[in-house]
Design a protein around this ligand. Structure first.
Ligand code: SF4
Ligand code: MG
Length: 328
């Protein structure tokens, strides 16, 4: 069976104007990314902020156009249609997005029920009572009490807004949900509730998810597979549990070692291990050199001479000349 989503050689760069002491250049936000996502699968896209994960998610959601590459969704190349025309494409209903801050992504003038009815009208062609019934069903699914359906965003809590954002995304009946840091604007206690809700909805509706997050604890909890990005490039992919237990790329290993640990009862919090160094400039990077070379404890001469390409067997792949473990 073909993958639901098959990204092939995606590139997206941005022109950066001249600034103090630095000539104008190109920021390579997404560089040569190829990745697949199966039906009903949850894939986590991780990396430090600025690594290109949100840009990549935006390309898949067709909010922006790639400079190069294919975005095959159920075999159809979505990249052939410019993003500005994607709003009316037949597949639009099938790919939906949940945004980071629901308070900002919801129209302040629309009540919860109106916010959910809008895509049902536009994408599913539902009218009047039929749109309202379908919207109520979606809000019931996310457990927003009926007494809150007619409230405006400013009358709802953060957790309730997150539920409305999710209801709006699932209402049209998508096959793929793209979630960009969906819980990072929420209190920790609410985060867990919303993650459980997403987990249940995924199982119930058979949804595939592309889950963008810098929070590795969250990704470990909710995804089947993980893809790690560094300065625009994909550097490791594999089943989540295997990547977390035995990372193959030195950068992935550093990220995992830096996950905040929960202290034992009564004990002081364990020291937070930070990843050493800062990422190199994403502007006009050396195309021959491994992007992680300046921070990598394993760097050798070859790492400065040849860009490592993603390679491996099956689900486990790594882009490193000197990986930590055999990526099997
Ligand atoms: Fe480190 Fe070399 Fe691997 Fe890059 S290719 S991550 S510099 S060992
Ligand atoms: Mg982001």
């Amino acid at each position: 069976m073909t993958a639901l989503l098959d990204l092939q050689g995606l590139h997206r760069r941005f022109r950066v104007p001249e600034a103090a002491g630095r000539p104008a250049g190109w920021l390579h936000a997404v560089e040569d990314v190829s990745l697949t996502l199966g039906r009903g699968e949850a894939l986590g896209l991780v990396g430090e902020s600025g690594c290109g994960k949100s840009t990549l998610a935006g390309l898949v959601a067709r909010l922006a156009d790639p400079d190069q590459g294919r975005i095959l969704f159920d075999g159809e190349d979505l990249a052939r249609l410019p993003a500005r025309r994607a709003a009316h494409a037949p597949w639009r209903r099938r790919i939906q997005m949940v945004f980071q801050d629901p308070g900002e992504s919801l129209d302040p003038r629309l009540t919860a029920i109106q916010a959910v009815m809008r895509p049902l009208r536009r994408l599913n062609g539902l009218k009047g009572a039929a749109a309202e019934t379908a919207a109520r069903r979606a809000l019931d699914r996310v457990h927003l009490p009926r007494s809150l359906h007619d409230r405006l965003p400013h009358q709802l809590s953060g957790g309730q807004l997150a539920r409305v954002g999710i209801a709006r995304a699932i209402a049209p009946g998508p096959d793929l949900l793209i979630l960009d840091e969906p819980t990072s604007a929420l209190d920790v206690s609410i985060q867990a509730v919303i993650l459980t809700l997403l987990h249940d909805l995924r199982a119930e509706l058979g949804l595939a998810c592309l889950f963008v997050s810098h929070d590795l604890n969250v990704v470990r909890l909710v995804t089947d597979r993980v893809a790690v990005m560094y300065l625009g490039r994909l550097i490791e992919t594999g089943p989540t549990a295997r990547v977390f237990d035995a990372p193959a790329h030195p950068y992935t290993a550093g990220l995992i070692a830096a996950i905040p640990r929960i202290p034992a009862p009564g004990a002081p919090p364990p020291p937070r291990r930070r990843l050493a160094g800062e990422p190199a400039s994403p502007i006009d990077p050396d195309p021959q050199r491994c992007r992680f070379e300046g921070r990598c404890p394993r760097a050798a001469a070859i790492c400065r001479e040849r860009m490592p390409q993603l390679a491996g067997q099956g689900a486990r792949q790594v882009a490193c000349h000197l990986p930590l473990a055999d990526p099997v």
